[in-house]
Design a protein. Structure first.
Length: 373
């Protein structure tokens, strides 16, 4: 039996004020759609026995019309050629309350497409395989009860578990995400022929029969070094899992140690850190332990010139607070990052964005001593 396993497509995701010249849409939104399309193209060529999407089809509970259209357009392609497809809801696509309803209900009208989204365990019979689908639930107790109902059905040749969660105890899973749910390793029974996991954006083998496919597109700089794609799985006398790569947007995550450097020295260090080829890439530069005064004295025009080829450049100052003010780096750094992220979400012109960020940082530096009193 051949299965295509993918997850965390996050349709509708958008970031940074750059538009795609062909469509006029946010470039990152287009990148996400492109990765999704690549997978569907592969599926149509491979003609597998089963497709499973392990959660977070959409980036939000209320996706945009464009995101809904793209999802339907692609799943109609699978429906028309009668490829059985199981799609479970993840934490990004599940409302807080069941009464809110779900966009997944519309997918029920497509033949051969099986959406599972109401927080309940649902077994689905497809040929000689039984798919045990456990979507994101409305609370931890409900999620746990779903797993207590789970049992391998020996009357089927293949038993496949599909779920969306964090696996407790796996070291790669540091840091909680909003509304995420967790499962113990004991839930990942070796009796299943395959376990398709969603939620973590990195391709990871959790057990001999359990894998995270990862996301097909990079969605944060924490994923800059991750290979992106989906899984082509063959069940039989042995399990064969192949990580197929998508053409994801490149990210470059740089860092410069600015402790005890003046503005001129920081500029030289920045210039030395930027790779020769950043064309079309997302570039983030972390300025570690930089003095607020030094940061405000940097030559922004020169930095623009050095990073002009990038799709988008993200400066990330980690400010060093003045010791005599009794302010910790954590305090001012966290506030500065939060403020900078807020400004970027406003989609201001770049020249205004940098001015507002620097002005805000100056005010933070002046205000924090008073807040500490």
């Amino acid at each position: 039996m051949r299965i295509i396993h993918f997850a965390d497509t996050h349709l509708g995701y958008a970031d940074y004020p750059k538009t795609d010249p062909a469509t006029g849409l946010n470039q990152r939104e287009v990148d996400v759609y492109s990765a999704f399309n690549q997978i569907i193209d592969y599926i149509l060529d491979a003609k597998p026995d089963l497709v499973v999407h392990a959660g977070d089809l959409f980036d939000s509970v209320r996706p945009s019309n464009r995101a809904i259209h793209e999802a339907f357009r692609q799943f109609v392609r699978l429906s028309r050629v009668e490829i059985p497809t199981v799609i479970i809801a993840g934490n990004h696509s599940t409302p807080r309350q069941k009464v809110t309803g779900s966009i997944f209900r519309l997918l029920e009208y497509l033949p051969h497409i099986h959406p599972v989204f109401e927080g309940e365990y649902k077994p689905i019979e497809i040929g000689d395989a039984k798919v045990h689908a456990i979507p994101h639930a409305f609370n931890e107790q409900m999620f746990k009860e779903n797993f207590l109902r789970l049992a391998v059905d020996k009357s089927f040749k293949y038993n496949i578990l599909v779920t969306h969660a964090t696996v407790i105890g796996v070291t790669e899973f540091a840091g909680a995400e909003f509304k995420e749910l967790a499962i113990n390793r004991s839930y990942l029974s070796p009796d299943f022929d395959y376990i398709a996991l969603g939620h973590m954006h990195r391709f990871i083998k959790v057990a001999e029969n359990a894998f995270y496919s990862g996301s097909p597109e990079r969605l944060s700089f924490s994923e800059a070094q991750d290979a992106k794609g989906f899984l082509d799985v063959e069940l039989g006398s042995s399990l064969k899992v192949t990580h197929m790569l998508t053409k994801a947007r490149d990210m470059v995550d740089l860092a410069v140690d600015c402790a005890d450097l003046d503005a001129f020295q920081v500029m030289k260090a920045i210039e030395a850190s930027i790779p020769a080829d950043i064309s079309g890439k997302l570039v983030r530069l972390t300025l570690r332990q930089i003095s607020p005064n030094v940061y405000m004295s940097l030559d922004n025009q020169r930095i623009k010139e050095m990073t002009a080829a990038a799709l988008h450049f993200v400066p990330k100052p980690e400010l060093r607070a003045a010791a005599d003010q009794g302010i910790t780096t954590t305090q001012i750094g966290a506030l500065a990052e939060e403020f900078a992220a807020f400004v970027r979400r406003q989609a201001l012109e770049r020249r205004y964005q940098e001015s507002v960020e620097k002005l805000g940082l100056r005010y933070l530096e002046e205000a924090l001593p008073e807040m500490e009193e």
